[in-house]
Design a protein around this ligand. Structure first.
Ligand code: DQQ
Length: 537
């Protein structure tokens, strides 16, 4: 449908048609990054869930491959749901995934590649003894899903965790132990549980290096390491994480700060984002994060356009040793290969209450790096009554909001502000929020438009900085080096193709800001069927 054509992205992964949701089993094998994903081969809405499969040499250009797994056994006939890959030291690959059985019971199944020497891992075999794990006593049949990548314990046996809930409200992660991936034992106690957080989907559990230098294999243990626990909260559809310590003897994880526990504290992404999953890229010693970005238009629109959902640009994840409280997410360096001509703006003064156009030509595919300094105009300010992102960029306070307007048209009839809002919380001490305001992003009817955002630490020696990736209908924004990240889905009707513009804005009442930016136009990335007829290796 031509009417919707511009909503397709140019360098984000999305299937050619139909519905996609969670990323599954990401891994690197023989020179190829593999991405599997929840996929409905028949329709642009959720259902008939299979595993779609794509490969890439650089995490940006992708080839679609045939479906990796389809629901064809009693133990997954209602869907091959989310799962994770584990690379064993002997080179084997283990895939664990949730099957929804003929009776809609959620069970964990084992699959493996038919031929490890095939770099494309085209054929997947399901273990004849499936399912390998069934819901334990006391766990609801339909609240037990999404096994993680396994890690090796000091006792030489592997562990996985699976999300569930107790008593309908206590979100939790169960731990199972195995030596052969076909027989599992539920361990006493749980990895962790948080009252009030509900069902935990797509749990992710991984180590991070405290010195913040490299990504770690899922099995890494020992000093200098903390562990991240992430849960996707079914009740709110938000991905939350917390940083803490894993005790490898008791198999329990404890958050560094109980007030910022999983599900009640930090979000992986404050925008339209869910069911994220990391994997360790052994070729570049980094941990890479994928996340699913759903549409915010209606199912009727999705059916009409014939597709729904994208994946974020893969992000590298590191521990932020400057704050000690946050992860740092950053688009993988490979995305920089799409950068075309750059435009630099230095020390552009944006006065309080003004908008400044940035003359870069068309602005539908961009990589923006922006840094802001504030020059205070007032000698003292009162404490702000505005809280967090302040119901959008039109709400003014002394020190903010200021930032960029992306996917805007010349007349500013459509625009998406990405901004900082520093708030005077007491006696001039500032607490900063990083926000995205979708409320004026589209004139299209029936689109969910929200103001998203979260607190971002800005340290004394730091300026306000952001990186923003713009790609037609998606905006990925990284505040302060990736401490706070927001993905926005926007559907402009005017600000499309050559009509899309970029502006600076400052809607503070008491500060001028000085902005320095480097902006690249971004090339499109090919994402297409694998050319089996050509010889690629
Ligand atoms: N999506 C899968 C489930 C998972 C949910 C089903 C999260 O395995 O819990 O498509 O989006």
């Amino acid at each position: 449908n031509a009417m919707f054509y511009w909503q397709r992205t140019a360098y984000h992964f999305q299937p050619q048609k139909n519905w996609m949701n969670d990323p599954d089993g990401p891994l690197y094998h023989k020179g190829w990054y593999h991405l599997f994903y929840q996929y409905n081969p028949d329709s642009a809405i959720w259902g008939n869930i299979t595993w779609g499969h794509a490969v890439s040499k650089d995490l940006i250009h992708w080839f679609y491959l045939p479906l990796a797994m389809v629901p064809d056994q009693w133990y997954d006939i209602n869907g091959c749901w989310t799962g994770s890959a584990t690379l064993l030291p002997d080179g084997r690959i283990v895939m664990l995934y949730t099957g929804s059985t003929n009776e809609s019971v959620q069970v964990q199944n084992l699959a493996y590649p038919a031929n490890l020497s095939d770099p494309l891992l085209l054929q997947w075999l399901k273990y004849p003894g499936n399912p390998v794990v069934v819901p334990p006593t006391g766990i609801e049949d339909n609240e037990f899903r999404d096994p993680t990548t396994a890690w090796l314990g000091p006792d030489g046996s592997w562990r996985i965790t699976v999300g569930t809930r107790f008593n309908t409200t206590i979100g939790t992660a169960l731990v199972f132990q195995t030596t052969n991936f076909s027989d599992y034992q539920l361990l006493d106690g749980v990895l962790h549980a948080v009252p009030g957080t509900g069902m935990w989907e797509c749990v992710d559990f991984y180590p991070v290096a405290i010195n913040g230098s490299v990504g770690l294999d899922t099995t890494a243990l020992g000093p200098g390491i903390k562990h991240v626990l992430k849960a996707s909260l079914d009740d709110t559809k938000v991905d939350h994480y917390a940083i803490g310590t894993y005790d490898m003897i008791t198999d329990k994880w404890t958050p560094d700060n109980p007030e910022e526990d999983v599900g009640i504290g930090l979000k992986v992404d404050y925008g339209r984002y869910y069911a994220s999953k990391t994997f360790f890229d052994q070729s570049k010693q980094r941990r890479i994060l994928y996340g699913w970005v759903n549409e915010t238009d209606t199912e009727a629109d999705d059916l009409e356009k014939g597709w729904a959902s994208i994946q974020t640009i893969p992000r590298s994840v590191l521990y932020d040793n400057k704050t000690g409280t946050h992860l740092l997410q950053w688009p993988v360096e490979e995305v920089e290969s799409l950068r075309l001509n750059a435009t630099v703006f230095k020390d552009v003064v944006v006065e309080a209450g003004s908008v400044v156009p940035l003359d870069i030509g068309t602005a539908t595919q961009l990589d923006i790096l922006a840094e802001f300094e504030i020059e205070t105009l007032v000698s003292n300010s009162t404490e702000d009554e505005v809280s967090d992102c302040g119901d959008g960029a039109v709400v003014r306070n002394t020190y903010g909001p200021f930032g960029v307007l992306v996917i805007a048209d010349d007349s500013l009839s459509e625009l998406t502000p990405i901004y900082f809002r520093p708030l005077n919380i007491s006696n001039g001490s500032l607490e900063t929020y990083f926000c995205a305001d979708e409320t004026r992003s589209s004139k299209a009817p029936d689109v969910t438009k929200r103001v998203y955002g979260g607190k971002v630490p800005v340290l004394d020696d730091e300026n306000y900085n952001m990186r923003v990736l713009v790609d037609h209908s998606v905006v990925e924004s990284f505040g302060e080096g990736g401490r706070t990240v927001i993905t926005s889905r926007v559907y402009p009707t005017e600000a499309i193709y050559g009509a899309a513009r970029l502006f600076l804005f400052n809607n503070a009442s008491g500060v001028n800001v000085k902005a320095t930016l480097k902006i690249w136009e971004m090339n499109s990335a090919f994402i297409r069927p694998f050319p089996f007829e050509e010889t690629l290796f």
